[in-house]
Design a protein around this ligand. Structure first.
Ligand code: PEP
Ligand code: MG
Length: 324
């Protein structure tokens, strides 16, 4: 019932064995903030800043951005707030920055576009660093990372942004930098990336799209878009092992994190935090509190061994039927 779900608000998200996982909220528009605060989220796991850009008629100024970011950082302090740098391109266009591409999902997207337009990127980075000054809960997340040099280039721009904005204590002391794991090439460079970032966040929407070569927006192939495909499960499992062997936390911020059955599976694989639409937090928390850590781990092991997507779906259905 709704009352039972809302009673969960102040209970920790943990399996019956006591393994803790942080449940974070995804936000985009300012109106998402109140719901996120209300949900009992332990932080913001993904602030998609592109909406701040999409709702305007021109690029938001540094001060415009500063106000938006500051508002979110202050509202959630001292809880962590992960703000993702501009991730336009693909299916998300800016009316005032037209792009014509034959394959937009393989094109000028996310970090590629911002690194190629340092003026746009530096404005955002200065706004972020200024917004964090005196608050201190900012984590910066980089979308569409496919090569290590991209992170190195971001670090140079961050140093420049810090100098330009006069943010006193250098960037590295206060702000954590993370990479999205959503382009398959990142899966094979986790060790090298771990030297360059403080944390990882798996974007299961794009990881599924790119691993399975299924356009996430194409209705004709939507039944083939399946984050419970064994290839996706194995990719996530390998990413978790690699991140942890480099002592880096790893979370999931794609839609998969908000699906209760998938959430149990992800926790069974050792994921440290799940970030989802605020509305999904209570049902995910309830699911996690129904399983022991051993059950979640066994479920994960079985899913990793599965040979077909339907086998994974069956496993999860059975596990949930047993758990009631
Ligand atoms: C993802 O790709 O899973 C993700 C979280 O980012 P977006 O949906 O904004 O591409
Ligand atoms: Mg993505």
């Amino acid at each position: 019932s709704a009352a039972a779900l809302s009673n969960l608000r102040n209970l920790p998200a943990e399996t019956l064995g006591g393994a803790r996982v942080a449940l974070h909220a995804n936000i985009g528009l300012p109106s998402d903030l109140a719901t996120a605060l209300d949900s009992g989220a332990e932080g913001i796991g993904l602030f998609r800043t592109e909406f701040t850009f999409m709702v305007r008629e021109a690029f938001p100024s540094e001060d415009d951005q500063y106000r938006v970011y500051r508002n979110v950082l202050e509202a959630f302090a001292p809880r962590p707030v992960t703000i993702r740098t501009l991730d336009v391109g693909g299916d998300k266009g800016l009316p005032y920055f037209p792009m014509e591409e034959t394959n937009p999902f393989l094109g000028w997207r996310g970090i590629r576009l911002t690194l190629d337009n340092p003026g746009i990127f530096l404005t955002q980075l200065r706004a972020l660093l200024r917004a964090n000054a005196g608050v201190g809960n900012l984590q910066i997340l980089l979308p569409m990372i496919s090569s290590t040099w991209e992170v190195d280039a971001v670090r140079e721009l961050l140093a420049r942004a810090a100098a330009e904005s006069g943010v006193a204590s250098g960037f590295d002391d206060t702000v954590k930098l993370g990479a999205m794991v959503e382009v398959p090439s990142a899966l094979y460079q986790m060790d090298a990336l771990a030297k360059r970032v403080d944390f990882f966040s798996i974007g299961t929407n794009d990881l599924t799209q790119y691993l399975l070569a299924v356009d996430r927006t194409n209705a004709r192939v939507s039944s083939r878009f399946d984050s419970l495909h064994p290839a996706v499960i194995r990719a996530i499992n390998e990413a978790v092992r690699a991140a942890h062997s480099s002592q880096r936390p790893i979370s999931v911020c794609g839609e998969m994190a908000g699906d209760p059955a998938s959430a149990v599976l992800l926790v069974g694989m050792g994921i440290n935090a799940l970030s989802m639409a605020s509305a999904s937090i209570p049902s995910v928390k309830r699911a996690l509190r129904t399983f022991t850590q051993e059950q979640a781990q066994r479920l994960a092991a079985e899913a990793i061994a599965a040979e077909d997507p339907s086998a994974v779906h069956r496993l999860l259905r059975l596990a949930f039927a047993d758990a009631g």
